[in-house]
Design a protein. Structure first.
Length: 164
């Protein structure tokens, strides 16, 4: 009997990851097969407050989804020091640079409090998006929505810097 291709069967661990994805604004309305595919690329981890999850300029190997806690996106401004561009709340993403060449982080991500993160493997996600246009069509608008919020927050931050 020939083997059939398709999404990996839902194991208990995979089903738990799908449930976690479904609890976020980022992945809640994705088609079930997209959630299963993302879950197959995911790992879950926790980090304590003050932990740097990603450093500006570093290779971004994962797209992170905050499940609980909060992280700050920071950048180093010459003669000013570190400024927070945005605080990422539960359900939102960080590490979008894992999807866009040259795959380098554009900010430093620091846990403001203990965080629970679902991290999607960057190279695997890029390959999945290139191979599955339905997945790409469902996921990229969500990434763009997160980026649009960051652009707005950065613009407001810049206005605040110039006001000083």
């Amino acid at each position: 009997m020939p083997e059939t291709e398709g999404p990996a069967p839902r194991t208990e661990a995979n089903a738990e990851l799908v449930a976690l994805l479904n609890a976020t604004w980022f992945a809640a309305d994705l088609p079930p097969q997209a959630q299963v595919r993302l879950a197959s690329l995911a790992r879950r981890y926790q980090a304590s407050a003050g932990t740097t999850l990603l450093a500006e300029g570093q290779l971004a190997n994962e797209l992170g989804i905050v499940l609980s806690g909060r992280v700050s996106l920071r950048t180093l401004v010459p003669e000013t020091g570190w400024i927070t561009i945005l605080t990422v709340e539960p359900g939102d993403v960080f590490g979008w640079s894992a999807l866009v060449p040259p795959y380098r982080s554009t900010s430093t991500v620091v846990a403001l409090q203990p965080v629970d993160v679902l991290a999607l493997d960057g190279p695997g996600l890029r390959a999945a998006l290139a191979a599955d246009h339905d997945l790409a069509a469902a996921l990229y608008p969500r990434v763009l929505q997160a980026l649009a919020r960051r652009l707005t927050a950065t613009r407001l931050q810049m206005l605040d810097l110039f006001a000083r």
